[in-house]
Design a protein around this ligand. Structure first.
Ligand code: 4NP
Length: 154
């Protein structure tokens, strides 16, 4: 099974989700059975490592993001991945416009799928340090629920 997380820049929210889910899959002994990746709808940060504020906040919770590099969503992603989870409604709308309409990929909003308090992971890029903590809080909660779903589907 293959899962892709998508945000706008692929330097804050979706690489965080990629690292958090990978960490949880490792802990659960499922890393070899599920492939995880992330991408951005925009192309400004292609080839760049995650935002340093994102890396620092994540590292304090035990997630290492320094090896990740930004990439943009491509048409092939819709045939390669089984589940594409967007960080906010704008990302999801963008994905729906790109989706070729064939295949079996499922597109959804990460937080709404698990009925968390918010539908969108707020974009932390132009805000303060607390925004990066909120991103981690929301994504950790969602990935706990996603892991339960994945265990049921395997
Ligand atoms: P992300 O955050 O979508 O969570 O990676 C952003 C990163 C960069 C920009 C916007 C959001 N930007 O405008 O460059």
């Amino acid at each position: 099974m293959r899962i892709l997380f998508v945000c706008l820049g692929n330097i804050c929210r979706s690489p965080t989700a990629e690292a958090v889910l990978r960490h949880k899959l490792n802990e659960a002994g499922l890393a070899g059975r599920i492939e995880v990746d992330s991408a951005g709808t925009g192309d400004w940060h292609v080839g760049k490592p995650p935002d340093h504020r994102t890396q620092m906040a994540a590292r304090q919770r035990g997630y290492e993001l320094s090896m990740l590099r930004g990439r943009q969503v491509s048409a092939e992603d819709f045939s390669r991945f089984d589940l594409i989870l967007a960080m906010d409604g704008s990302n999801l709308s963008h994905l729906r416009r790109l989706h070729p309409g064939t295949g079996t990929v499922e597109l959804d909003l990460l937080l709404r799928r698990y009925q968390l308090a918010l539908d969108d992971v707020p974009d932390p890029y132009y805000g303060g340090a607390e925004g990066f903590e909120q991103v981690l809080d929301l994504i950790e909660q969602a990935c706990d629920a996603l892991l339960i779903e994945l265990k049921g589907r395997l």
